[in-house]
Design a protein around this ligand. Structure first.
Ligand code: 5GP
Ligand code: SF4
Ligand code: MG
Length: 466
């Protein structure tokens, strides 16, 4: 998901709509905005579909007045798949000291247990979303102001959370102690401040990047001042390494590093680790593009656009049902036959999850007359599900959970298949020259290593085996 918030500007909701548009790659199912105006109070709009189709209509935006607003774009991981407007954020709660709205990116790993406990004690849940727990925990806190109630609430929550929240006067941002999901602070002219999942959404509104919210930090922003708090016990950070590989936009900056440059470097590492003789390096667009550029550069093999992407399709993985995902590949990608014919082709993609994409693409490339197909993957084999906010399927559906690399190669029907090593990936993201620190990994890489930095309590209760 993507979260965004602005204060200190007239028509804050318009800024939020633009920010969410720039974060649309983080969630395409639905979006929502809440604003506050001293005369008109809190207002909200939650809609299915793209930001640009909903939040550009003047009639809708006029219902969201005020100098303070937050928003969310949704990609369903927890909660019901698909359609239920009640699951669309931001969520709103009315407390004795006033209202508050929250938007959450990440996944709460003890949400089932918390929900059970809260329902037993009288909470009435409105949605099936894990994020709603935060509002109910806030309602039960005895603290006298809303930021302090949020601190109370979030201390009970486990897992990944980057939260953007607002009261009548304050814009609030929090990252979980491990800092699994991103969150950055930006500044507008005068007293305006911005919170955003990624820096690419600061650019769109002309905000200046100030800094990242640190893992375990809470910022409370009002009247042009940013107050920093530390609600949690300090821990070693575990940023999601897959944000670098796939999730974030390549024009964003993470940890002082360009995501594009990191992905290009992954391609360089891959070319060193798994060279192969071929005539052409092709990305599987868009997510494989920077890595393919790096691979071509390092190997000296020409780069070409052997697969053309229809720009009017969203991310296929993010369509929740299997059937749509299957069709999705052809709706979205087509082979550039004239370029491919007779060539030995290296295809570079970011990841293999179920193998659906890779299989379809291999068929299309062979149909177009390629002589050989070699897959090079910009992440290690995805052998474990993510419980921190990326929607990987159950373990059984992950190709790498049940097959060796050679079996995967056979299953996909390609001439060769190689994944970047974990150490290679760590080098590419700039963690260290040696790669992964196996005693205390610098990132979360659970979907590759099976080492979960936060025990996925709900899933273990449901029978998941570490
Ligand atoms: P598959 O078709 O193997 O199930 O999925 C791999 C494709 O899904 C890749 O092309 C990758 O770009 C895309 N993808 C989209 N979202 C995700 C995600 O959340 N996780 C992973 N691993 N891949 C994703
Ligand atoms: Fe990111 Fe993978 Fe960790 Fe999930 S399990 S947070 S996708 S590195
Ligand atoms: Mg892809």
């Amino acid at each position: 998901c993507g979260v965004f918030g602005v204060n200190g500007v007239t028509d804050a909701a318009n800024f939020v709509a633009l920010g969410l548009h720039a974060l649309q790659h983080r969630g395409q199912e639905a979006g929502g905005i809440v604003s506050y105006h001293p005369e008109h109070g809190f207002n909200s709009a939650r809609r299915f579909g793209y930001v640009r189709d909903n939040f550009t209509r003047a009639s809708l935006m006029e219902t969201l007045p005020g100098e303070l607003a937050i928003g969310h774009v949704r990609y369903s991981t927890a909660g019901s798949k698909g359609a239920a407007i009640r699951d669309v954020q931001p969520f709103f709660g009315e407390f004795s000291m006033g209202g508050a709205a929250i938007a959450h990116n990440g996944n709460i790993t003890n949400a089932d247990a918390l929900r059970r406990e809260l329902i037993e004690r009288g909470s009435i849940f409105q949605s099936s979303s894990d994020s709603e727990c935060i509002i109910h925990l806030m309602a039960r806190s005895l603290q006298r102001d809303i930021p302090a109630r949020m601190e109370d609430a979030l201390r009970r929550v486990e897992g990944a959370f980057s939260v953007v929240a607002m009261t009548r006067t304050k814009l609030i941002g929090v990252r979980d102690p491990l800092g699994v999901r991103p969150l950055v602070l930006g500044k507008l002219a005068d007293d305006g401040y911005v919170l955003s999942s990624e820096t690419c959404a600061l650019d769109i509104i002309g905000a200046e990047f100030v800094r990242e919210i640190e893992p375990g930090e809470m910022v409370v922003i009002s009247g042009g001042k940013v107050e920093s708090r530390r609600p949690f016990r300090a821990q070693a950070s575990k940023f999601c390494i897959f944000e670098h590989v796939y999730f974030s936009r390549p024009d964003s900056i993470i940890g002082g590093r360009s995501v594009y440059e990191t992905r290009r470097q992954i391609g360089v590492e891959l070319a060193r680790e798994a060279p192969v003789e071929a005539d052409l390096v092709c990305p599987v667009p868009d997510s494989g593009t920077p890595a393919a550029i790096g691979f071509a550069h390092e190997s000296g093999i020409p780069y070409g656009m052997g697969i053309i992407r229809n720009q009017y399709m969203g991310r296929t993985f993010i369509e929740p049902t299997e059937q749509i995902r299957n069709m999705g590949v052809r709706l979205k990608l087509n082979v550039n036959r004239a370029l491919i014919r007779g060539k030995r082709v290296i295809l570079v993609d970011d990841s293999v999850v179920r193998g659906t994409t890779s299989r379809k693409i291999k068929e299309m490339i062979l149909d177009a007359g390629a002589a050989e197909v070699h897959f090079r993957i910009a992440s290690p084999p995805t052998a474990w599900p993510c419980f921190y906010g990326v929607d990987t399927p159950q373990r059984e559906k992950l190709l790498a959970a049940t097959m060796s690399e050679e079996e995967m190669r056979e299953h996909l029907g390609v001439d060769s298949l190689k994944f970047i090593s974990l150490d290679g990936l760590y080098r590419a993201v700039g963690a260290s020259e040696e790669g992964r620190n196996n005693k205390c990994p610098q990132y979360c890489d659970a979907c590759f290593s099976g080492e979960y930095p936060v025990e996925p309590a709900d899933m273990i209760e449901k029978g998941f085996k570490l």
